[in-house]
Design a protein around this ligand. Sequence first.
Ligand SMILES: NC(=O)c1ccc[n+]([C@@H]2O[C@H](COP(=O)([O-])OP(=O)(O)OC[C@H]3O[C@@H](n4cnc5c(N)ncnc54)[C@H](O)[C@@H]3O)[C@@H](O)[C@H]2O)c1
Length: 367
Amino acid sequence: MTDVFGPSHQDAGPSIGQARHEQVVFCADDRSGLRAIIAIYNTALGPGLGGTRFYPYEDEQTALADVLNLSRAMAYKNALAGLDLGGGKAVIIGDPAKDKSEALLRAYGRFIQSLGGRYFTACDVGTYSEDMDIIARETPYVTGRTPAHGGAGDSSILTAYGVFQGMRASAEHVYGSPTLRGRRVGVEGVGKVGYRLVDHLLADGAEVVICDVSAEAVERVRKVHPEVEVVADAAAMKRADIDVYAPCALGGALDDAAVAGLHAKIVCGGANNQLAHPGVEKQLAERGILYAPDYVVNSGGVIQVADEIEGFNMERARAKATQIFDTTLKIFTIAEEEGVPPAAAADRLAERRMSEVGRLRGIWLGR
Ligand SMILES: NC(=O)c1ccc[n+]([C@@H]2O[C@H](COP(=O)([O-])OP(=O)(O)OC[C@H]3O[C@@H](n4cnc5c(N)ncnc54)[C@H](O)[C@@H]3O)[C@@H](O)[C@H]2O)c1
């Protein structure tokens, strides 16, 4: 097994080589207990931007595999979001509840600084805006800071808004009209993103069905919107008589069995990695269910935090997130024209932008 932080670290190669990442940096600081990996997939469009995941990985190999996958995914997400940013991501190995400290976060900040702006960080699982404020005491290459520090704050605001735009585009494609009015939409998971999505849907005139493993989360919605219907759990949601299914909880919501029982004609939600395996998309297509690729419609969050790089302005960020509507429609059109599923069409569009815009760096600008 690779042991990059131990005495011998000669064997970190194969997975990095296969994934074709531009740069992977291992960072260790014994006194604070920091063990982190920063991965930059590419910088074709600009510096890599992606969050820092603080997670008690079983071992370094698992952490490495995760950061390689996540940084690659960010390159595609940022490209399709129309940002001048490449793909990057970082992981800190440890239990955030026990291991997070000022010294550890600042040590991590110094490693980000050492990359000279090739990588910008943000929040992810296990890290919060307050942590970004601490990291920012060592480096300016930080987004997702608190509003008190000029940051964008809670990124779920534009994540939910972007998912709603993607859903409007899906409705346009399937029903010929960009509205959810009169449609039944099932929102699975009403945490930060799902809760806000319900607001958008009700304002648009949709009927909303929700579920959540947390009774508190369900109650929070019901208190403000008593008209919302509640189903028992995620399994019931997938069998429910709904037009649109919006996974907004954890990844892997759609597996073979779930697709077979789905009534919805559209899948469009905020959760990352909704498909349990790549074959699921084909099954959705065979059943005539339109899938709005997750990383396209949930990019409002990264759009929100990326705006901090210019000095945060919510209206400018919202205007950019509104473009998720057009991007989603464009992906459906390419999918039809090129006879591929929407996720493959999204990948092609992202690769085109990385290649066409990225190549301009080759134009000599003089001295
Ligand atoms: N917050 C963002 O800006 C953002 C951006 C992009 C993607 N996402 C993704 O969107 C999803 C939701 O993010 P969030 O910030 O709202 O997280 P969150 O933790 O606030 O909410 C998730 C909700 O899902 C519920 N849940 C968990 N398992 C469930 C299950 N089996 N059935 C039903 N409900 C379940 C939880 O109780 C919680 O209320 C995640 O997959 C996240 O990676 C979030």
